[in-house]
Design a protein around this ligand. Structure first.
Ligand code: HPA
Length: 275
C-alpha cells in the first residue's frame, strides 16, 4: 500500500458503504474509548464491519470495536464510527483519518469527535466532560504530508477555527440545560501509547493544554482540510500523570467512561438535532 491515501481509495470505500445502505448521512460521529454506548441509540442502523470496507484499516485496541453504523439519531442521519484508528497502533496518520475522508465522500457535512483524555488543568476532575476549544498537535506527525490532492482540499488549510465556533456555542447552550460540569479547554494530541510522565504533563500545562489524549488531532486536521465543520468533546477519564498520587491505567479510563455514560449520552443526544 502506498503511503498516501488516493482519491480512488476513498471513492471505493464510499461506494461500498452506499451500496449497503439507503441512508444519506449528514453528521459523522467518532466515538472514543468507552464511549461506544452511543451506538446503541442509532435507529434503523446499517452496521458494516470495518474489515468489509475496501481500504479501511482494522482497529486493534481493546475497548475499541470496529464497526460503522449508519442510521438516525433524533431525526438526523449519522455515520458513526464505533472505534477509531490511532497512530500508536502503527498506522500512518493519513490512515487514521481515512474514515473522515470517506465520511466527506458520502456527503457528511459535520463531524462530532469524542475521546477519553487525561485532565491537565488542575481545576478538572475525573468524570468531567470538556468541550474542545482548540488543539495542540504534538504528535509530530501530519496526515496531510505528501503530494496534495486538491480533490481532498487545499495544500495549506486554515486551522484558525478548527473547532467550529457555531457548534461550540450550540454545545454550550445545550450543556447549560444539564446539571453536570461542562469544561472548555485545549486538547493536546500525543502519539502514545505510554501515558505521559509528570514532567511532560507540566510542560504541556505551560504550553496551554487542558487535556491530553492519543487521538483526534489527525482526524480533525483531515476534516478541516475537507471543509467539515467540527465539534469535539472529551471525557476527562483520569487526571493526567503526576497530579494525583496514583498510577494511570486503561482500566481507569474505561471505568470513568462507563460512569459518565448517561451524562455523555444526554449531552450528545441533545446536541445532534441542534447541530
Ligand atoms: N493521557 C493520554 N491519553 C489519555 C489519558 C492520559 O492521561 N487518559 C485517557 N487518554
Amino acid at each position: 500500500m502506498s503511503l498516501v491515501t488516493t482519491y480512488n481509495q476513498v471513492q471505493e470505500a464510499a461506494a461500498y458503504i452506499q451500496s449497503r445502505t439507503s441512508h444519506q448521512p449528514e453528521i459523522g460521529l467518532i466515538l472514543g474509548s468507552g464511549l461506544g454506548v452511543l451506538s446503541n441509540l442509532v435507529e434503523n442502523p446499517t452496521t458494516i464491519a470495518y474489515e468489509d470496507i475496501p481500504h479501511f484499516p482494522k482497529s486493534t485496541v481493546e475497548g475499541h470495536a470496529g464497526e460503522l453504523l449508519i442510521g438516525t439519531i433524533r431525526g438526523r442521519t449519522v455515520m458513526l464510527m464505533k472505534g477509531r484508528f490511532h497512530i500508536y497502533e502503527g498506522y500512518g496518520p493519513e490512515l487514521t483519518a481515512f474514515p473522515v475522508r470517506v465520511m466527506k465522500a458520502v456527503g457528511v457535512k459535520q463531524l462530532l469527535v469524542t475521546n477519553a483524555a487525561g485532565g491537565i488543568n488542575t481545576a478538572y476532575h475525573a468524570g468531567d466532560l470538556m468541550l474542545i476549544s482548540d488543539h495542540l498537535n504534538l504528535t509530530a506527525r501530519n496526515p496531510l504530508i505528501g503530494p496534495n490532492d486538491e480533490q481532498f482540499g487545499v495544500r495549506f488549510p486554515d486551522m484558525s477555527e478548527a473547532y467550529s465556533k457555531r457548534l461550540r456555542a450550540i454545545a454550550k447552550e445545550v450543556a447549560a440545560r444539564h446539571s453536570f460540569t461542562f469544561q472548555e479547554g485545549v486538547y493536546v494530541g500525543l502519539l502514545g501509547p505510554n501515558y505521559e510522565t509528570p514532567a511532560e504533563i507540566r510542560m504541556m500545562r505551560t504550553l496551554g493544554a487542558d487535556a491530553v489524549g492519543m487521538s483526534t488531532v489527525s482526524e480533525v486536521i483531515v476534516a478541516r482540510h475537507a471543509g467539515l465543520e467540527v465539534l469535539g468533546i472529551s471525557c476527562i477519564s483520569n487526571m493526567a500523570a503526576g497530579i494525583l498520587d496514583q498510577p494511570l491505567s486503561h482500566e481507569e479510563v474505561m471505568e470513568t467512561a462507563e460512569q459518565v455514560k448517561e451524562q455523555f449520552l444526554g449531552l450528545v443526544l441533545d446536541i445532534i438535532p441542534a447541530m
